[in-house]
Design a protein around this ligand. Structure first.
Ligand code: 5GP
Ligand code: MG
Length: 496
């Protein structure tokens, strides 16, 4: 399983957990649309409700009422191209001699088959193919022999890969982040309890206060009655491997990662993009919605550069206009991921359903189109053509991330290598495929500097091909597992 997902966990004083979990999953809906689930515990018994589809469709009011207890965990799962496998929906819940467990997992283990083999030899029977069940069984096994913290520590030393987990063990809720902190997880104060969530926007939704990130290798155990939490640093490797793509694309712009507002990071990346690859055009235009913050920064920097240039010269050129920032592409927000392509040969038209150019903004003008990333190249290829058809004189493309040259194995559904347009093409080649007048990507250094981290502390696997974990043998599986299916093109075409 290779998924980008959202996880939450809450422990409250005397208040039902189901609705706060439901609202926080709503806030994390962008991290996964394939399924949604909640597990709760009322001190006696575990309850769970997991269903495919969006959060709003997965739960009725009655479902939420049936999820009793003031502690629980929740999950939204990212869609995969291979169709829907209900058995992989989460949280994964199970009862053992050592108690009930509910696990919500964002990430991907690289040694799941190994761990699973060992457990099967010890008599554990598995019901899914997913690696979350492997973690559940390993933890259940360790809980027979040790207390909670020691059991988690043993599981942590056994499993390798990326994981941010929220876990219920009977009426105890905990959060666990892999030793390199690849996937995000943060903790918030709700006044009458605490919340763990993939992103701080979920904490905002509950009117809570973001306290801090869960540290790489840290286990956070929430108090059973919502009182306080305990922290255990179970592993402290010298280097972290935070996914840089959270900053660029995955996280909501209103989330805060490591005390930085993601929107501000993206805007600054846009400014850096101008510094590295300026181009004088009439209008700077974002690809909605993912390119907006980058385009804002790019246009700001362009205009500041112009002002300081004017100051230095002493006299501004008469009537020289500043670069315009304009929304020239309007998005139909009702085109969802479930849209089925009418037929293969209408695929290129797909983007027209999702994005429509504003002719008067484009016609006869030179346009700089800004997006966060190019994955397969579908979006930018089609948008360049769309803008040219709408009368643009020139279309320059600027991208707020480096070229994506390799797949992600760390829990993000990206693409197999041959689908990636930049995997074996130079930027010039990609520019030709796009039929753009120019194309430039942002450098890796600009990203590391802007997010304030050493390159070595970021996972840059998809832009360097070098991964923080040993991923032997993974690529073949992945390519077999991920056929190109009809609605992937739609998903890529103008998805934000
Ligand atoms: P492309 O069309 O080149 O395949 O994908 C680029 C577009 O998809 C960009 O607009 C970007 O915002 C978005 N995108 C980037 N990464 C991902 C991803 O992992 N999944 C999905 N669905 N979209 C992505
Ligand atoms: Mg996008």
């Amino acid at each position: 399983m290779h998924e980008k997902c959202g996880v939450v966990g809450v422990s409250l004083a005397g208040r039902a957990a189901a609705r706060p979990l439901y609202y926080s999953l709503y806030a994390l809906q962008h991290r996964g649309q394939e399924s949604a689930g909640i597990v709760t515990h009322d001190g006696f018994q575990q309850y769970d409700h997991v269903e495919t589809g969006l959060v709003g469709d997965a739960f009725s009011a009655a479902d939420l009422d049936d999820l009793r207890g003031s502690v629980g965990a929740g999950h939204v799962r990212y869609p995969t191209s291979g169709g829907t496998d209900a058995s992989c929906a989460q949280p994964f819940s199970v009862s053992f001699k050592s108690g009930s467990l509910g696990l919500a997992h964002n990430g991907n283990l690289v040694n799941a088959a190994d761990v699973r083999g060992d457990l099967e030899e010890r008599g554990h029977a598995f019901t899914t193919r997913g690696d979350t069940e492997v973690i559940a069984h390993d933890l259940a096994h360790n809980l027979l022999e040790s207390d909670l913290v020691r059991a988690v520590k043993r599981t942590m030393s056994r499993i390798h890969g990326s994981y941010s987990l929220t876990i219920t063990h009977d009426d105890t809720v905990m959060g666990l982040r892999d030793p390199q902190g690849n996937r995000p997880l943060c903790i918030g104060d709700l006044g009458d309890g605490y919340v763990l969530a993939s992103e701080s926007a979920a904490i905002d939704t509950l009117d809570g206060d973001l306290l801090r990130e869960v540290r790489p290798g840290e286990l956070v155990v929430l108090g059973e009655d919502g009182s306080d939490f305990d922290s255990y640093q179970l592993a402290s490797p010298p280097q972290s491997a935070n996914c840089f793509f959270e900053y660029v694309y995955f996280a909501r712009p209103d989330s805060v990662i490591d005390e930085e507002l993601v929107y501000d990071v993206r805007r600054e990346l846009g400014r850096r993009l101008w510094e590295e690859s300026p181009v004088e055009t009439d209008v700077v235009m974002p690809v909605p919605d993912s390119g907006r913050a980058f385009a804002t920064g790019y246009a700001e920097a362009a205009n500041e550069g112009r002002e300081s240039h004017e100051d230095a010269e002493g006299s501004a050129e008469e009537g020289e206009p500043s670069v315009e920032f304009a929304e020239g592409l309007m998005k139909n927000r009702y085109v969802g991921r479930t849209f089925i392509m009418p037929s293969q040969n209408e695929r290129e038209r797909a983007v027209r359903l999702k994005l429509n150019p504003i002719k008067s903004t484009v016609e006869g003008r030179s346009v700089t189109l800004i997006d966060d990333s190019i994955v397969r190249g579908t979006t930018s290829t089609q948008l360049v053509e769309l803008l040219q058809d709408a009368g643009a004189e020139e279309v320059h493309v600027r991208i707020g991330a480096p070229p994506i040259v390799a797949p992600c194995y760390m829990g993000i559904d990206m693409a197999s290598r041959e689908e990636l347009i930049a995997s074996d093409e130079t930027t010039e080649d990609v520019q030709d495929v796009l039929e753009a007048d120019s194309l430039a990507y942002l450098s890796i250094d600009a990203i590391a500097e802007t997010v304030g981290r050493e390159r070595a502390d970021l996972c840059l696997g998809c832009v360097t091909g070098e991964y923080p974990y040993d991923i032997d043998g993974e690529e073949t599986d992945r390519e077999v597992e991920r056929p190109q299916v009809g609605n992937r093109t739609m998903e890529a075409a103008g998805d934000d």
